[in-house]
Design a protein around this ligand. Structure first.
Ligand code: BGC
Length: 510
């Protein structure tokens, strides 16, 4: 009897605890000083692909030479035409009430020869115009130096597989700091190393589609880490003393969750995290080299396969030292989660040496994670929470800023799925903050629909819809834009808030 009463009391306590949690979670305040922004990237929005001296990037090359490699055979020749419409873009930032806007500089626009011998004044004017227009309204620029539009000429020389890129990138970064650093306080060196190296060099999924598996991806990884560090040291030594900003790399991390609680699957998830993003995080935020499991696995397989050295090129003690600690913030792009497993059939099932063969993990999505029609983003907010927790635990609670999060929908202004997804992911982020994660900012990807790489204009990520049929590339706020504006205005997440989608106005004072 006593036992039954105790159980009953425990059950009631459990229920009321859940209720309390739910009540508390309905309306939640963001910490004081938390910043909100939104983001885009040069090739995805600028257009004007060959205007005013700009030369071709690897994405111009890909889309012009093999148009239907893109789902709708489109390209970024005009895209959102932001090269001409930047004033409207800043107006949108004001409509939303953004604290900052993250955009990227196009390397072949700023340096048409790829090198600093010819600085393109039209490009300097263009980026100055955006920055100055934003600052007029107190919107901070966050600038990415490399968001995937490598000058084609450098690709002809091997691109990220050529160790000389360390100097090329350093020279380019220095020009950007010289031109814009008096007003830019947040510099991002490179956006998403794993996507650049694996998808562009180890596979044919993204430009430049080198597809030399298990080799070019690792050459790229080493050069990219060193190039990032070079830019960091240049800023740190030559510019930080007078300009006082911060500089960091931007990671993209998918959360990998074990498919079952078997030892094999747990290990598979951990290793998928290490192979996909740990490779780039560990050298900077960890002990200063690649994760041990990644080094050992690739070295062992390379030897078995008859290579004379590991396909994952070693970092010398000097390089480890040069790279370690070169990021002022942990900048994270996050979109989704995957389940992982490994069983006896997995090792050896990949026919040639490759990243997948090295990793020995099978990854997949669950159907129940699907909301809406996005073929890219499955909505798994608890994966975001787990990822943030792991970063806090493994890397000594670094200061994190979320530099991208969002989801794609098809065209249309009533984007219920995006509204749900933003609420859920911000809620998960608040859970992590409550547990002690030091997260200072959030960036919605994207402010505008834009050229979504291999998906062209078929997958839309924008808070604002862009009408690609209109010469003006008319921008119209979606339902999610009204939600985001309200979150920014109140600094609060209300899970039950239903946006009023009448008209978008610029709030006085912004
Ligand atoms: C990239 C963006 C891209 C977004 C959605 C990120 O990986 O940085 O350029 O549009 O994901 O796919």
């Amino acid at each position: 009897m006593l036992r039954n009463v105790t159980l009953l009391l425990l059950a009631i306590a459990h229920i009321s605890c859940q209720v309390t949690k739910n009540v508390r979670q309905d309306v939640r305040k963001f910490p004081d000083g938390f910043l909100f922004g939104s983001a885009t990237a040069s090739y995805q929005i600028e257009g004007a692909w060959d205007e005013d001296g700009k030369t071709a990037s690897i994405w111009d090359e890909l889309t012009h030479n093999d148009p239907c490699a893109i789902r709708d055979c489109s390209n970024g020749d005009i895209a959102d035409d932001s090269y001409h419409l930047y004033k409207r873009d800043v107006e949108i930032m004001r409509e939303l009430g953004l604290d900052f806007y993250r955009f990227s500089i196009s390397w072949p626009r700023l340096l048409p020869s790829s090198f600093p011998d010819n600085i393109n004044q039209a490009a300097v004017d263009y980026y100055n115009n955006i920055i100055n227009e934003m600052l007029k309204y107190n919107i901070q620029p966050m600038v990415t130096l490399y968001h995937w539009d490598l000058p084609q000429k450098l690709q002809d020389l091997g691109g990220w597989a050529n160790p000389n890129i360390v100097d090329w990138f350093g020279d380019y970064a220095r020009v950007a700091f010289q031109m814009f650093g008096d007003r830019v306080q947040y510099w991002m060196t490179i956006n998403e190393p794993y996507q650049i190296c694996y998808e562009g060099y180890g596979d044919d999924y993204k430009a430049p589609r080198v597809n030399i598996k298990g080799i070019a991806d690792y050459m790229c990884a080493k050069n990219l880490l060193l190039a990032h560090s070079k830019a960091y040291h240049i800023y740190d030594q030559e510019f930080r003393p007078s300009q006082g900003g911060s500089i960091f790399i931007v990671y993209s991390a998918t959360w990998h969750e074990p498919a079952t609680d078997s030892e094999n699957d747990i290990q598979a998830a951990e290793e998928a995290n290490q192979f996909t993003w740990g490779v780039y995080v560990h050298p900077i935020f960890g002990s200063g080299d690649y994760p041990p499991i990644v080094k050992e696995r690739i070295a062992r397989k390379s030897a078995q396969q008859g290579f004379s050295r590991s396909r994952l090129l070693e970092l010398s003690p000097e390089e480890v030292e040069y790279i370690r600690g070169t990021s002022d913030l942990f900048a994270l792009n996050h979109y989704t989660t995957r389940l992982t497993y490994r069983n006896e059939s997995v090792p050896g099932s990949f026919e040639i040496p490759s990243f997948e063969d090295d990793m020995e993990v099978i990854r997949y999505f669950l159907d129940e994670w699907q909301i809406g029609e996005s073929t890219m983003v499955k909505s798994v907010p608890w994966g975001f929470y787990k990822l943030l927790t792991k970063i806090r635990e493994d890397y000594n609670n670094p200061t994190i800023i979320i530099t991208e999060n969002g989801m794609s929908t098809s065209a249309g202004l009533v984007d219920e799925d995006r509204v749900i997804n933003y609420k859920r992911y911000l809620n998960a982020l608040l859970d992590a903050i409550e547990d002690g994660s030091d997260i200072r900012a959030y960036t919605a990807w994207s402010m505008l629909d834009n050229f979504e790489w291999r998906f062209g204009y078929t997958e839309r990520f924008g808070l604002y819809e862009v009408d690609y049929e209109s010469p003006e590339r008319t921008r119209t706020p979606r339902k999610s834009a009204f939600l985001y504006k309200e979150i920014l205005r109140t600094r609060t997440l209300d899970m039950n808030y239903e946006p009023d989608t009448d008209v978008m106005v610029i709030d006085v004072g912004h």
